[in-house]
Design a protein around this ligand. Structure first.
Ligand code: PLP
Length: 357
């Protein structure tokens, strides 16, 4: 079965284009809209730099919209910052939490294009209604719901837009053999590097470890699209399909883990969240200590606004103070894991520690 057929099974019904990563998908979609330089694109800054880099490369201007306490883009702030020059709105279902359906219809009623960033929400049962948006892009990169450490896909809902995207897609190439090889060895060399520090230094020195973000992206340096926008290609697509064999099982595990966390933290999240967010301010000192000593892997999404730290905020056009809630939440967030590696016994131990603290 092809990747396209797998994604259709998950409810992605438009025309599907597979790419080397999510950012390539976003790039070809925005390019196909043929927007003039300086056109505004609304986006939340509570995201990865990779989700903004395509805008910078195309000369588009990000308009940063604050988030609500559920980490989703805020309709209130969008209305406040809205002007008719905003041609596109990118909505991200952060951690797999539902995007605001009202926001989508509000943007559509203004005649702007909506693209959903589903990088976190493949398999999350209540991701945006796939048909309400113009397009959706997915990532299969590092730490994603379905991860082969690399890969992306673009789903385009309207036939007219799909035709324009096809024109762009036909112009891009498959990854080179060295790129394919580089990504195929990542799952092998990462565990080794974690185990042996000399290997970590060696691989780092020769840039052999892929962290998901490149230095030119941190700096916002525009480089030729031929160097980074790529199709996924047969080999990496086959590898991704192979990873799909555990997807249903892992999704069910995530759902179960989310329910367990809900009991501990008194929240009511639903579905297969990719990370379970809690805020430091909601926890006592001893509860925080219990989390950090539990042995659970705490990820750093997005402990710096426009993740990771080191992003050149000036080049990315982010004005500090313009999205105060996103800034506050990025300082407070702790993400708990939900994936296959999570041992339920560890969560139960954490629960006991919480109840006795
Ligand atoms: C929310 C979000 N959107 C988009 C991306 C970009 O995906 P990719 O790494 O496949 O280009 C990421 C990457 O980490 C992300 O976290």
């Amino acid at each position: 079965m092809k990747l396209e057929a797998r994604l259709k099974e998950l409810g992605y019904s438009g025309e599907i284009f597979t790419t080397l990563n999510g950012r390539s998908s976003l790039y070809i979609f925005l390019k196909s809209l043929n927007l003039h330089k300086g056109t505004k694109v609304a986006i939340s800054p509570f995201t990865c730099v990779a989700a903004i880099y395509p805008l910078i490369c195309l000369g588009l201007t990000p308009v940063y919209i604050d988030i609500d306490d559920d980490f989703q883009i805020s309709l209130k702030d969008l209305k406040k910052k809205w002007n008719d020059d905003i041609a596109v709105c990118i909505i991200q279902s952060t951690f797999g939490i539902r995007s605001n359906a009202e926001l989508i219809s509000w943007v559509k009623s203004r005649g702007s294009v909506v693209i959903a960033d589903d990088a976190h929400s493949l398999g999350a049962e209540f991701s945006v209604s796939h048909k309400d948006v113009d397009a959706i892009y997915l990532s299969f990169g590092v730490e994603k719901s379905l991860s082969s450490k690399i890969g992306g896909a673009l789903v385009v809902n309207s036939l007219d837009l799909a035709r324009k995207v096809r024109d762009q897609y036909d112009k891009i190439h498959n990854p080179s053999w060295s790129t394919v090889l580089y990504h195929l060895v990542q799952p092998l060399i990462f565990p080794l590097a974690r185990r042996f520090s000399f290997l970590w230094s060696f691989f780092k020195k020769y840039s052999l470890l892929y962290s998901g973000v490149n230095s030119f992206e941190l700096e916002g340096l525009v480089i030729d699209e031929k160097l980074w926008v790529r199709k996924l290609g047969y080999v990496l697509e086959s590898y991704l399909l192979f990873m799909f064999k555990n997807f249903e099982m892992v999704t069910k595990k995530r759902e179960k883990v989310v329910v367990e966390y809900n009991h501990i933290f008194g929240k009511n999240y639903n579905g297969a969240l990719i990370k379970y967010p809690v805020l430091k301010s909601e926890l006592s000192h001893s509860q925080l200590k219990a989390i950090y000593s539990s042995g659970l892997y705490i990820s750093n999404w997005y402990d710096s606004l426009i993740y990771p730290s080191g992003v050149n905020l000036v080049i990315y056009g982010y004005e500090v103070g313009s999205c105060p809630n996103a800034e506050k939440l990025s300082k407070e967030i702790i993400n708990l894991p939900t994936g296959n590696g999570v041992d339920l016994k560890t969560i139960h131990r954490l629960s006991d520690m919480f109840h006795t603290s």
